[in-house]
Write a protein of this length. Structure first.
Length: 402
């Protein structure tokens, strides 16, 4: 049984390079037009050629998200964008709107197309419909159970992709109208304001103006929050179901999130490749996934609605470690050049992580600025020289316990 593709988010060039370095087989990125990350988490159109070149040099694939739903009058602008994109070696476009499919087929007929989860493919009939239109891959709706995924796999020949990790939208396959109704910013246009994550209270009908809080903790309550998805323990079941691509959510997440999560799923897939029969979850993988910012983890709908855990009792974000720095070079006589991302200090116990699950715990002995003067505290964005463990490489990250 072949090992599926590991598909990681690339919200900008830095995160794209990180995803490739930490084990992604492919990355997905958007630009600032017609993507569902219009305000952030996007590449500039002028950066896209460099992104394609980076992916090609690593022997990996880059998919471009164009999964917004068009409104009347936007077709001409979208056509012009497709004409600009046509010369670029993007491996596939990720789309959701049938009108977008029609325009791509007219302007760029040979471009492979992947269908976004926004298209809500939940049935064999829908899968066969898109297969008949020549779509190469389906990102299945997140509401499907493992048995339903297997049924679709048995009924179509095209590639199937599923999300395995990251945030879950409270709405059906992300088709949410809350943001559009409450703020005028449409989630289906890439402008979601995330009202599902705001605090709410109850008002009783006969007592207008009197609000009653729903207490969960000192920070309030989050009625619409869902658990974050984490399927690391269920990879063998997904592989047995014939999934072709395992997708990590997070174009708006940090560089640290991309690195930490990608390397864990890379390690899990490599372990399965080496010994499918003896594969088991490494406790280190689970500990690593706790180091990134996340809401309580769950298995989504993979084993049915009764196990979905959409509304956990405690839906606060948690994170065991803080990302404090990134290594910028391979070191030399003066130590390693590091850029601070959060405040840390000499004497702190730090942990270094890198691709292939490399990591080392150490206490920071000292720090020097560009002139070689000693520092006691490293501030965000400061570039400093540090003495780090042997074997440290450019692109490795530093973190400390919160």
């Amino acid at each position: 049984m072949p090992v599926p593709e590991l598909l990681a988010p690339a919200g900008n060039l830095e995160k794209l390079e990180t995803a490739l370095a930490y084990g992604a087989d492919a990355v997905y990125a958007g630009i600032d037009r017609f993507s569902l990350r219009a305000r952030s988490g996007c590449l500039g159109l002028t950066e896209l050629p460099k992104a394609c070149d980076l992916a090609q040099r690593h022997g990996r694939r880059l998919y471009l998200t164009l999964n917004a739903f068009l409104h009347p009058g936007e077709e001409a602008e979208f056509r012009r964008l497709l004409e600009q994109l046509q010369p670029l070696p993007v491996d596939a476009y990720i789309i959701a709107d049938p009108g977008v499919l029609t325009l791509v087929r007219d302007v760029d007929p040979d471009r492979p197309l992947h269908l976004s989860t926004q298209a809500n493919v939940t049935s064999v009939g829908a899968a066969q419909f898109w297969q008949g239109l020549g779509v190469k891959r389906l990102n299945l709706a997140r509401e499907l159970t493992l048995a339903e995924i297997q049924t679709i796999r048995n009924s179509v020949a095209l590639e199937l992709e599923v999300f395995v990790h990251g945030a879950l939208c409270v709405a059906y396959s992300g088709r949410c109208l809350l943001s559009a109704a409450m703020t005028g910013r449409s989630a289906n246009r890439g402008e979601c304001a995330h009202p599902c994550r705001w605090n709410y209270a109850v008002q009783e009908e006969t007592r207008p103006g009197e609000f009653f809080g729903i207490e969960e903790d000192a920070r309030g309550t989050y009625l619409f929050n869902s658990r974050d998805l984490c399927l690391i323990e269920h990879l063998p079941a997904l592989l047995a179901a014939g999934i072709d691509s395992l997708k990590i959510e997070g174009r708006m997440k940090s560089r640290y999130f991309v690195a930490a999560v990608t390397r864990v799923y890379r390690a899990a897939l490599d372990a399965w490749r080496a010994d499918p029969a003896g594969w088991q979850v490494d406790p280190l993988w689970l500990r690593e996934l706790e180091t990134v910012s996340h809401r309580p983890y769950g298995g989504g709908f993979l084993f049915g609605r009764d196990h979905a855990g959409v509304h956990p009792a405690d839906s606060r974000y948690r994170q065991s470690h803080l990302f404090v720095g990134v290594v910028l070079d391979d070191g030399g006589q003066d130590g390693y050049l590091v850029e601070g991302r959060n405040r840390f200090a000499v004497g702190d116990e730090l942990e270094l992580i890198g691709p292939e699950m490399r990591q080392a715990v150490f206490r920071l002995p000292g720090a020097r600025d560009a002139e070689g003067d000693a520092l006691s505290v490293i501030q965000p964005n400061a570039r400093v020289r540090l003495d780090l463990p042997a074997g440290t490489r450019a692109g490795d990250l530093l973190r400390k316990k919160r």
